[in-house]
Design a protein around this ligand. Sequence first.
Ligand code: ZN
Length: 155
Amino acid sequence: MNCEEAQELLDAYSLGALEKPETRRVEKHLSSCSDCRLLHQQAAETAALLALAAPLRRASPALRLRLRQRVLPRPALNWLPAPRLSWATAAAMLVVVSLGALAWGGFLQTQVNDLKTDSDRFAVLYGELERRGETVDVLQKASPTPPSARRTSRV
Ligand SMILES: [Zn+2]
């Protein structure tokens, strides 16, 4: 793009009215041409003053309402419910919870089995102790002096 082509587009460029390919070509030229950069600066100042050239008028209530509805965030957006779980996520969570329950059940079953084994062992030992106790009772009744008294009399 040469200076003549660039200067033809500077006003539209300053207003932001060019298509993207033209905008890129103008910017490329402005990056290498100080004369056109100066003209662009003047055009941009003029474009900025255009906004103040029109007389100010108060917008109608209907227009203000429409603008407010478009610009301001809607309060309903703040009250949206939390995103729902997808089926895949819910199924995965169910599988994890089920596996945890199975592992916990297995652990508890092991504990119960250990307690049953201990209980059986204690029942056998208790039976043995009772049998020995009865033997001691029989021996004590048959002996005129307790074995401990006999032992001390020997010493
Ligand atoms: Zn130029």
